[in-house]
Design a protein around this ligand. Sequence first.
Ligand code: SAM
Length: 360
Amino acid sequence: MKNAFSHTFGALDDISVDGPLARASGWIVGLEGGITDLVLKCDDLPLPTESIEIGLPSPDVQQAWPQLHGSAACRFRLTAKLTSSLVQPDGGNLFSVVPFAGCESGVPLERVVPLQVAVPTAEQALTVGHGDFVETSFSMLSLFRLVANLKKDARVLDPGCGIGRIAYALCHYLSPVGRYAGFDVSREAIAVAKTIFAGKSNFSFSHADLRNAMYNPGGHIASDEFQFPFADKTFDFTVMTSVFTHLLPAEVRNYLAEIARTLADDGSCFATFFVLDDLAKASIKSGSATLSISHPYAPGCFVQNPAVPENAVAYDAATLAAMISEAGLAIEEVHWGQWPGRSVFLSYQDIYLLKKKAAG
Ligand SMILES: C[S@@+](CC[C@H](N)C(=O)[O-])C[C@H]1O[C@@H](n2cnc3c(N)ncnc32)[C@H](O)[C@@H]1O
């Protein structure tokens, strides 16, 4: 069943446990209405609020996000009472700051406290994009839980895992029964990931020497023929964030088919794309989109830079829908991204939640 929520956006700067109190601070804006309340949860159980301040001045946020309504006064400080029975003896509680815009809850800001795995260096983190590595990782986990109801015991596949930005929050969230497998075309990224997650026996990373003009130009295997190295129906959840945005049509078709093959019948896939719907096309034309992906590459496929097409690839909405259907997948939900200049969004790229089509 589709989850109802209000669109909110923010970041958690700090969360700590101080004796019987848990304290959180950060910033948050409501994209569909102002924030009226915050509730701190520990492992999904609401904690009694001790003190709360919302709408505090935030000139730094306004400078970074001038387009967000309310960004000038969106900082918060929140303290809640923590009963000792809730605290895991070895640490590792998942804390969620749940925002409310009126009576509807928004997108939680989440973090496991204390972190149990060393954070990669700034240089390593830059290989998967700008932005705070830990914050981005946990904000994606929050979306997996919100949009796809990701369970702690899930078996997760992460094609194009890079150094493990998605794996980072997952290794704090998945139970010992849960499993994670990531692969990537970058030998260096996989070497870094193997070091970061060395202590996590239910996490595995492998290198696939696939050609990608941007990430692995000398690769020996074509991505459009690559068979994922896993048996049919192995995974409950496949995540592909910021990877389809670097794949050309034949590769997208093959990866969608491989996702369908390796997903369990009731599994789901959380994938991000740049999708050209009418709004995105108009924004690119008027120059208001953050990316101008306008060079035709193939029918229904456009690229930003014809010299290195894999730099940023976008698909016409109808073309992508046809590719998804041909692969045996069905679109469950679409959450349009901020990239073309939308003011209501969950993330920068467009999110597609896919399920396997029912057999027969
Ligand atoms: C922008 S990064 C995103 C990394 C990761 N998914 C994340 O969200 O943190 C894109 C990643 O896709 C990988 N990649 C590119 N082509 C690929 C392919 N054909 N198969 C698997 N990974 C690929 C790159 O090496 C790179 O690590």
